[in-house]
Design a binder for this molecule. Structure first.
Ligand SMILES: [Zn+2]
Length: 325
């Protein structure tokens, strides 16, 4: 371990994953394979309930409460991450296991930290997110029930339904983030298992942001959390049976830099896009990794192990492993 305390030294930075259970280890391994090719930063994995050793630098074994299922336990770990990694580096960037690095400039994310903590914007506003966060029974669309639940449970007022949520998939933090993370953790634990709330972490995150007066805080550039939703525009009733040919392709960005737009560094494949063979967005990043490996003279290796591959949708139906999906 290098000396962390020498004055004048460069700040050490580390990407961090929080992983619970064997299935989650397998999912995170895909993201780590990409990250290793594109980043020079350390990679740490905070791990519970698995004996599988993820293949990378630093593994921190953690205990999680028995009464939590794996998905809940991953939220437990994620929101109290600072406790596990405090000595490993100076600046950290948490990644959900469906966040895929696609350029070396992914490491620039560490320079984007604005105290006390930095997240990127979600792709939807809070009233659109609402029925995914609470069991209000509304059909997909906008409603104010999440804001009502936040007010009832936490006494926090969110006056605008058009406030864009912070996305929980990527955040940059350091020792000054501990108070914010602790507050997010406590709120997440208060609603966990409560039938009014779904098992997600972004509702508690929104409440914490507003409680701390951070609703207008600087956000990470979207290139560090470009959200690609495999199920975009596909009605809930069709999602379990949707075919690859129905999946939307976004033309408004490109993996390589184009004039007037910033190429993404970290792509967040929400709703099970990782390993979705035949969906152009996934096929492109897989090709990118193979090319990178060939350049480095590394043996061609499957990016996604056969058992995690999905050319139909069945293999990824139960994909919700991180705090939010
Ligand atoms: Zn509702």
């Amino acid at each position: 371990m290098r000396d962390n305390r020498r004055p004048g030294r460069r700040k050490r930075s580390a990407f961090v994953f929080a992983v619970v259970g064997d299935k989650h280890v397998a999912a995170a391994s895909i993201a780590i394979n990409f990250l290793k090719q594109f980043s020079k930063a350390d990679i740490a994995v905070v791990l519970a309930r698995s004996e599988i050793m993820p293949a990378h630098d630093q593994v921190v074994r953690a205990e999680v409460p028995d009464h939590l299922n794996d998905h809940q336990a991953s939220i437990y770990l994620k929101t109290r991450l600072y406790k596990y990694v405090a000595e490993l580096a100076d600046i950290y960037c948490y990644l959900d296991s469906d966040v895929i690095a696609v350029r070396g400039e992914a490491d620039d994310v560490f320079a984007e930290l604005r105290a006390p903590i930095s997240f990127a914007a979600d792709h939807i506003d809070i009233d659109t997110f609402s029925s995914w966060a609470v069991n209000c029974g509304c059909p997909p669309g906008r409603c104010r029930h999440l804001r009502d639940s936040i007010h009832r449970k936490f006494g926090v007022d969110i006056p605008s339904g058009e406030w864009i949520c912070w996305n929980g998939g990527v955040f940059v933090f350091d020792r000054n983030s501990e108070e914010f993370l602790l507050a997010w953790h406590q709120r997440s634990m208060e609603i966990m298992g409560n039938p009014e709330w779904k098992t997600r972490d972004q509702g508690a995150l929104a409440a914490t942001v507003w409680a701390h007066g951070l609703q207008d805080h600087a956000l990470l550039p979207q290139a560090f959390n470009l959200i690609l939703d495999r199920m975009w525009n596909i009605p809930s009733a069709r999602r379990a049976i949707a075919q690859v040919s129905e999946l939307r392709f976004r033309e408004d960005y490109s993996l390589s830099p184009r004039e007037g737009s910033t190429a993404p560094r970290l792509i967040h494949f929400i709703n099970g896009g990782v390993g979705q063979v035949g969906w152009r967005h996934w096929d492109e990043v897989e090709a990118l990794l193979s090319m990178k490996r060939r350049h480095r003279g590394l043996q061609a290796m499957p990016v996604v192990m056969e058992e995690n591959r999905s050319s139909d949708n069945s293999g990824l139906a139960d994909h919700c492993l991180d705090g939010d999906c």
